[in-house]
Design a binder for this molecule. Sequence first.
Ligand SMILES: [Zn+2]
Length: 413
Amino acid sequence: MLYRKAIVAIADGLGDRPHPLLDNRTPLEYAKTPNLDRLASKGITGMMDLISSGIPVGTDMGHLILFGYQPHHYPGRGPIEALGIGMDVKPGDIVLRCNFATVDEDGIVVDRRAGRIRENTNEIAQAIDGMELEDGVVAYVKPATEHRAVLILRGNGLSDKVSDSDPKAPNDGKPYCRIKPLDTSDEAGRTAILLNLFLKKVHAILSAHPINQERIEQGKLPANFILTRGAGQVTQLEPIVQQLNFRGSCIAGESTVLGVAQLAGFKTVTDIRMTGNIDTDIELKARLAIEEIADNDMVYVHFKAPDIKGHDNEPFEKARAIELFDRMVGLILQQLPENVYLALAADHSTPCEVGEHTGEPVPVLIYGPSIRRDRVQQYNELDCAYGGLGHLSGNEFVTTLHGLMGYVKKQGN
Ligand SMILES: [Zn+2]
């Protein structure tokens, strides 16, 4: 078998619609992208639906598929977030996403985000981390970005079929919700009881915490509670790198993407200079991509900014973000080793006029050694529809790439 390597550059939320402010062109058509277009003229292109036509996906699901899993492998957002912030996750764990919040003595939610607390969340989490509940069940808490955190319940006889304590926006001023079992199983009943008990203890401990006392003195809202949501149970999933028997690496600034990469068994590379926005360090990302491909078979480089500008309905800014992506890809291309494919992909469309993810397909491209070229000259939503890869699903795209790399087994004899 002939084995080759691949670097995949992912522009988050890249796909869009023609926009009136851009002369009815998409941000990708409007942006000046000499490097992406050069790859289009020398590579093979197509249009990809992550799952299937018309179905919008989240960044977590989109990346799960781009890393090589099937949609039904989705483990829930909680486990992905936990992995993304470097928590140790074991099969059977119940993982919940949390906010540090402010509640009063009657359990009324004063602020769902504790005044958007950013500082000292590590110390606050430590005060409630590792708490032993009943029958050997232990609760682990670790802060994520800003006011967010992740809670893991570890022990026997637990279930993720429990409701949220978070009353969700815009419900400041209402009491937090008591956690209820969502089915009649003993496990769900027990998990709900344990979580309610835990939250009570959390409130008592955090209300007395010196950092919160200090916050009150400074006129800030104390982080004296955690609101939980989205319970998910971790299942055993064989890492992609084991399934295919290769080595992988992922360069990203966003915890969701890093979490999926961990799940797939890829090494994760991150740095404070990768901001997850338009001020991210593209030179660093490009340099790391070239460094990582020396020791790995497959490297993903994630670029978040197009998605953020799509959510914010800023078509010119989205085009500017895409031009930065083009420069990053250009820097990778300059030093791309001969035996390495360079692929372009996106995890979903985030059209500016919608400000949310939609189910429209995204353009994809593969460039590299002995690739069957097509006649497409530009990388965008319109031209790539005429490409040689045709219209394919996320799984088909990844399998195509794995096949070129030499890792797809022959069917039959
Ligand atoms: Zn995304």
